[in-house]
Design a protein. Sequence first.
Length: 114
Amino acid sequence: MAKQRKLGRTTDHRNHMLRNLTTSTLRSGRITTTLSRAKEAQKMTDKMITLGKRGDLHARRQAISYLYDDEVVGLLFSEIAPKFESRNGGYTRVLKLGQRRGDGSEMAILELVD
């Protein structure tokens, strides 16, 4: 895997957080999180969609090993990936929202491109 931001977390916590963010993005199509988390989750979400576009058994097993929900894997391979069949990357976008009221963190929306 490529170099990641540390996000102020231990390795295990960071990996689980990114897996959760990726699973949630694929399930709902849009999530709101901090800007740095959204940028990291965007990388993994795009990789999962690329696996879905490949569509073979090995790609499905790789997606199952990363994503937490088997229903999301089925959704990825049956509905999400076919929508992006003609697209060569850039499956997600990050939209900046401004600062969070409590601590001033930069917030963003991570969503699938339609």
